[in-house]
Design a protein around this ligand. Structure first.
Ligand code: PAP
Length: 345
């Protein structure tokens, strides 16, 4: 199967006018879905609400959590039109999204942006965040001119809640999953990094309790993974299911698999020239975390380095108690019962 080659460009920096337009559009979206959202079941402090079986922030209560809110998902479900050539990078938060974005961007743009990492490196991934190279649909929903047209985008929306046109069109979906224990620890650190310096850090016990009950944004984690896993079995030409741990263990074959699936397989010559290895190196944790250090270079709310912490498999053993591990393993066993599926670690 061959696909047209589409060129992608990084998201431009948002100007002040665009930011104002974004705020206006956000107010319209809040108003539009106010009634629908008010009927949803919320948790005790109205922090999250449940929609189509998964938990989300509500923009209505948390203006600061504008992106990734239930309203943005509703707006995308109503308005988003997928194109047959689109590629969607999908994931539950903290499972390797940033890495998958970088790899896919580098693969699809390898003729446009050469990979020479020599003395004068110039690849976009060395100067801007993978999140600016590949936007989230959820954040673009509030822009007047979303960069959907670029054809490569990401989302944390669960499979069963994806806009219908993504399911019905011939576009491709790549999902990356990671073992729940490392996801929980990564999320806990991320959540605390998002807090102001004078806020009290969230305790691991509290995050654990919510995570195991599925009450985290885009949770339940297990239902999220299983939804995409089943879709990948039913539609293997449409949904590619990757594991963070496999990418760590055998990056070369996983990257080749990814390139083939997204319509840009490496030629024998490219492989011979070491291009696969160069892409792996460019997108490796060491390289990207170094490139994203320091002040934010682009327009986003979050600084670029918040997405890079340790980037290893199994760090959760340094934080979780034996009892927490037992409980998480038990949930995994129950949720995956009858499925030929196991997490990579
Ligand atoms: P997001 O859902 O907020 O976009 P996501 O990128 O999915 O986050 O997950 C972040 C995790 O991926 C972090 O894991 P850690 O907390 O266990 O360290 C981050 O360090 C890791 N990560 C980011 N980039 C890479 C990379 N290039 N290689 C390996 N791991 C990475």
């Amino acid at each position: 199967m061959s696909y047209p080659i589409v060129f992608y460009s990084p998201v431009a920096t948002i100007t002040k006018d665009e930011e104002n337009a974004r705020k206006r559009k956000m107010s319209i979206i809040i108003e539009q879905y106010k009634n629908k959202v008010s009927t949803l079941y919320t948790n005790d402090d109205h922090h999250l609400c449940k929609y189509e079986g998964f938990w989300y922030f509500q923009l209505f209560y948390h203006h600061s959590k504008a992106d990734f809110s239930v309203e943005s998902i509703m707006a995308l479900q109503d308005d988003f039109q997928a194109q047959p050539t689109d590629v969607f990078l999908t994931s539950h938060p903290k499972t390797g999204t940033t890495w998958l974005k970088a790899l896919s961007f580098a693969i699809l743009n390898r003729n446009k942006f050469k990979l020479d990492l020599g003395s004068r490196p110039h690849h976009p991934l060395l100067t801007i965040s993978p999140h600016d190279c590949v936007p989230f649909m959820e954040t673009e929903a509030f822009l007047n001119n979303p960069s959907y047209a670029n054809g490569l985008m990401a989302t944390h929306i669960p499979y069963t809640s994806l806009p219908k046109s993504i399911i019905s069109s011939n576009c491709r979906i790549v999902y990356v999953c990671r073992n729940p224990k490392d996801v929980l620890i990564s999320y806990w650190h991320f959540d605390n990094k998002l807090k102001d310096d004078d806020s009290i850090p969230t305790k691991l016990d509290d995050v654990f309790e919510l995570f195991r009950r599925g009450m985290n944004p885009f949770g339940s984690f297990w239902d999220h993974v299983i939804g995409y896993y089943k879709a990948s079995l039913e539609h293997p030409d449409k949904v590619l299911f990757l594991k963070y741990e496999d990418l760590k263990k055998d990056p070369e074959s996983e990257v080749k698999k990814l390139a083939k699936f997204i319509g840009n397989p490496f030629t024998e010559e490219e492989e011979y020239d070491g291009l696969v290895q160069e892409i792996i190196k460019l997108c490796g944790f060491e390289n990207l975390s170094e490139a994203n250090k320091g002040e934010e270079k682009t327009s986003k709310v979050l600084s670029d380095d918040i997405y890079f912490r340790k980037g290893v498999v199994g760090d959760s053993v340094n934080y979780l108690t034996t009892e927490m591990i037992r409980i998480l393993d038990k949930i995994t066993k129950e949720k995956c019962d009858g499925l030929d599926f196991s997490f990579g670690a």
